[in-house]
Design a protein around this ligand. Structure first.
Ligand SMILES: [Ca+2]
Ligand SMILES: [Ca+2]
Length: 507
């Protein structure tokens, strides 16, 4: 029992140990090789040189990138490291853009690791044929018309093989993958690793700005490349022409952990400091030269000249700002659209309520005509109800009648006014003596007269007690007498009035 446990324990320890050793053995030490790298900003110096690199042909280096071949017909260019490598295994991150206005472009870009530097105006994508070492080609143009370009492939040459352009190196390539690398929104990337005789190519298609979006393009074992080779990039255009720009070329040497170079820190530091000082001096010298050549910029301070460039953090800030501006614009546009939609909805709602009102009035009319009206569902919209409409309708009718009455009244008043005016115009003087006054007094006089007659009759009746009197005048007779008396009096008054007005004429 106890023995078995011990045996199991030792087996477990052994397995764990071997696993750890395997992992440890697979671990890779990486070291950045600045002499085999370039990157922006300050990729090229003011004089156009790229530190530790040499370029030629139609290649142009700027602060931001190296344009290996510009988008002009039949251009060739290349850039090569000045010194050969002093490490066996390496990994290169190449960030590049191949852009052109055409739907198809030409000819392509090549990555080289060769025993000797190639040509700057060679036949194979701008560099030398019959190379010794590795060429990886980003072949844009479909020479063999098999509709399989743009294509990425690797080819190892021992210096004897001539590149088969007509077949896009089909039979010669070790491996390849069909990937489009032209006109991408972000720079395309290739990660080329050569470690323990295995060549791996990972490709980033430039559809995102995520650094990690690599996918496997090719992996080939048993690749033997010359020691102490040179890195190079070349490109060429033909009848069709793309811009071939390389932005970053970053080389790391790879070492098994147990073989990692042990360089004394102080020695390395000293060397770096010396190189840094050399570059500072060179830059200062260039600034002075510039000021001598451009006296019109004498007034400007060197600091101002440096303001023309931006640091990494400045660029990042600017990009963040641009991104936020775009987000803001999109939001504003969305807001505007939302407002528009709300407006439309309100208009539609008001239209619906208007229609429902019309339907309600129509329904009422139908009801008045004895037809059963349909109930209109108004529960979900707060709109005018039928009884309210009835009230309104009645009120309106009443108002109309009232207005009619007022109109009649106004007509009467108007005609009366006309009459007055006519009467006034008939009056001989401007003096308005209302006739009514005289008539009133006249009537009063007549009433007094009548009362007087009445009193006399009453007195007469009182003097003759016994009721009836046979010789007395009857009431009718008395009334006739009174009327005659009144007529005479009236005639006299009119006569007097006429006489008065007749006299007034003469004053
Ligand atoms: Ca081709
Ligand atoms: Ca092809």
């Amino acid at each position: 029992m106890g023995t078995r446990s011990y045996v199991l324990f030792y087996v477990l320890v052994y397995v764990l140990n071997s696993v750890v050793n395997n992992i440890y053995g697979a671990l890779v030490h990486r070291k950045f090789e600045y002499k085999y790298s370039f990157k922006p900003p300050y990729l090229a110096q003011k004089d156009g040189s790229v530190p530790f690199w040499e370029y030629g042909g139609n290649a142009i280096a700027s602060a931001e990138n190296v344009r290996i071949a510009p988008s002009l017909r039949s251009q060739k260019g290349a850039i090569w490291t000045k010194s050969p490598t002093n490490f066996d295994w390496w990994e290169v991150d190449m960030v590049f853009r191949i852009t052109g206005r055409g739907r198809i472009g030409a000819d392509g870009l090549a990555f080289w690791y060769t025993q000797n530097k190639g040509s700057y105006e060679g036949d194979v994508f701008g560099s030398s044929d019959k190379w010794v070492g590795l060429g990886i080609f980003f072949d844009s143009f479909d020479n063999d018309n098999k509709h399989n370009n743009p294509y990425i492939y690797a080819m190892v040459n021992d210096g004897t093989k001539q590149f088969d352009h007509q077949n896009d190196g089909l039979t010669q390539s070790a491996a390849g993958c069909l990937r489009d690398f032209r006109n991408k929104p972000f720079p395309t990337r290739a990660r080329i690793e050569y470690y323990q005789n295995t060549l791996t190519l990972l490709f980033h298609n430039g559809m995102t700005s995520n650094d990690q979006d690599y996918e496997m393009c090719l992996r080939v074992d048993n690749i033997v490349l010359p020691k102490n080779g040179y890195f190079g990039i070349s490109a060429a255009t033909g009848g069709l022409a793309d811009d071939h720009d390389v932005l970053h070329f970053l080389t790391n040497s790879l070492w098994p952990v147990d073989q990692a170079p042990v360089q004394s820190a102080s020695e390395e530091q000293q060397r770096l400091a010396q190189e840094y000082q050399e570059y500072q001096n060179k830059l200062e010298q260039q600034k002075q030269d510039y000021r001598k050549e451009h006296p019109e910029h004498q007034g400007k301070q060197p600091e101002e000249l440096e303001d023309w460039f931006e640091s990494d953090s400045q660029r990042e800030l600017r990009q963040i700002f641009q991104g936020q501006s775009q987000i803001y614009d999109v939001l504003r546009e969305l807001n505007r659209k939302l407002d528009e939609m709300v407006g439309r909805q309100e208009r539609t709602l008001s239209l619906i309520s208007m229609q429902q009102q019309a339907a309600a009035v129509g329904g009422q009319a139908q009801q008045a005509g004895g037809q059963p009206s349909q109930a209109i569902p108004t529960g979900y919209i707060d709109t005018i109800r039928r009884d309210e409409v009835t009230t309104l309708f009645n009120n309106q009718n009443q108002l109309a009648n009232l207005i009619k009455d007022v109109k009649q009244l106004i007509a009467t008043v108007s005609s009366q006014a006309d009459k007055i005016i006519i009467n006034q115009s008939k009056q001989p003087t401007a003096q308005i003596q209302p006739m009514g006054y005289d008539m009133q007094s006249l009537v009063a006089e007549m009433r007094d007269g009548l009362n007087h007659v009445k009193q006399n009759v009453a007195q007469f009746a009182a003097q003759r007690p016994g009721g009836t009197c046979p010789s007395c005048v009857s009431v009718t007779t008395l009334l006739i007498i009174a009327v005659i008396q009144l007529a005479i009096y009236l005639g006299y008054s009119i006569y007097r009035d006429n006489k008065d007005s007749h006299y007034k004429k003469f004053y």
